[in-house]
Design a binder for this molecule. Structure first.
Ligand code: NAD
Length: 358
């Protein structure tokens, strides 16, 4: 596979191939952009069909992290790592620590974290080899589960989108369909319940559904019924690519604002489709940045309260994105990319000026 042209397409700074046969480690670390700070992004452990698929994934995901951090106003760049293999059968202390040594060899240009296929316990192994890891256990000085902060950011993002569409950020009496009441979705339903919003929920996990309905009085609908729910807001909090040509025409909601990653099946096509239907869309990587804000607080040794306060600023970031989209006649997804790129350009100039002055 033509590695350099691939990395060039996304403008990556550095791509590192890591191999240690003794522990079965095959990993790729992608450092996309460090203009704003060290490249931070999770380490995914996944049984990719091919090495080319792994490379594509790490390049795409690391680029996404650059945009997420930039929009969230953090002094972080974007990076990501993938370990190739089956996490259930191939993971070991030796493998995770060997990966930690590769992370350490980058001298802080890349900071790793948990992602699908890796756990807090894995981060603790990595921590034994490098300090450039976050999301370690509380015992090892970590900040614990980020999902309450993610959900708090999503809650404030919904307020911003409601303000944009309905002229008021107040959610009392509004109805919100939450797809997936897992870690993020359940906290979100709680926050919505606390301000008097009505919630309609669905999940494949019956136990979680019942727990949520019992605690917060949510109305339960089927997995498909969530798209047709007569609500003001649709909040995807489960999987990606659920906003597509089949689902968008069915939505009754006038706002889409939720915590799931990669919600639009095709950013260009489906971002426009939402706009044409008059639906306000809160770009996923902007509204779900609370988790990243939380690990940033961990790195900076700031308390959870500070992370929660910073997650509230997602309200203002989204308002700015909505204004820019209207002003330029573009979709919200395009506007968020512009906001990220502009911040990187501006702060990049400041930092090089500072370096020049030293
Ligand atoms: P989770 O696994 O705890 O929750 C996902 C929930 O969705 C589960 O309860 C699952 O049963 C349910 N689900 C799965 N398939 C479904 C379907 N077809 N229909 C309805 N429900 C379904 O995950 P999470 O940590 O809550 O994350 C949710 C989403 O938010 C993911 O896309 C994740 O990448 C994203 N996200 C999470 C965080 C975080 O802090 N946890 C941060 C940023 C983004």
């Amino acid at each position: 596979m033509p590695v350099f042209s691939h990395a060039e397409n996304y403008n990556h700074e550095q791509v590192v191939f890591c191999r240690k046969d003794e522990v079965g480690l095959k990993a790729i670390i992608a450092v996309h952009d460090t203009t704003l700070g060290p490249a931070l992004g999770g380490c995914r452990f996944y049984d990719y069909a091919s090495e080319a698929d792994a490379l594509r994934d790490v390049l795409r995901l690391s680029r996404g992290m650059t945009y997420k951090a930039a929009c969230a106003g953090l002094n972080l760049g974007g990076g990501k790592a993938v370990i190739i293999g089956n996490p259930r059968t191939e993971k070991s202390e030796g493998l995770m620590r060997a990966f930690g040594q590769f992370v350490d060899s980058l001298g802080g240009r890349y900071i790793t974290a948990e992602d699908s296929g890796t756990s807090v316990a894995d981060m603790d192994f990595i921590r034994q080899e490098t300090s450039h890891v976050c999301g370690v256990s509380k015992y090892a000085g970590g900040s614990g589960d980020p999902s309450p902060v993610t959900a708090w950011g999503v809650f404030h993002g919904i307020r911003a989108a409601a303000d944009e569409k309905f002229g008021s950020p107040e959610l009392e009496g509004r109805s919100v369909a939450v797809q997936g009441v897992g870690n993020v979705g359940m906290h979100l339903v709680r926050y919505l319940h606390e301000v008097g919003a009505k919630t309609v929920i669905t999940d494949v996990d019956q136990e979680r559904l019942e727990q949520c309905a019992d605690e917060y009085g949510s109305e339960v609908v089927g997995l498909e019924g969530i798209y047709d729910a007569e609500v003001d807001v649709f909040a995807p909090c489960a999987m990606g690519a659920i906003l597509n040509s089949n689902t968008i025409p069915r939505l009754k909601a006038k706002v889409v604002a939720g915590g799931a990653n990669n919600q639009l099946d095709d950013i260009g096509v489906h971002g426009k489709m939402l706009q044409d239907r008059g639906i306000v869309y809160a770009p996923d990587y902007v509204i779900n940045a609370g988790g990243l804000i939380n690990v940033y607080a961990e790195i900076k040794h700031m308390p959870r309260e500070k992370a929660l306060r910073d997650a509230e600023s997602i309200f203002h970031t989204l308002k700015r994105i909505f204004s820019l989209a209207k002003e330029r006649g573009i979709t919200e997804a395009q506007a968020s990319n512009l906001v990220a790129e502009q911040r990187i350009r501006t702060i990049g100039t400041l930092q090089s000026f500072q370096r020049g002055g030293l």
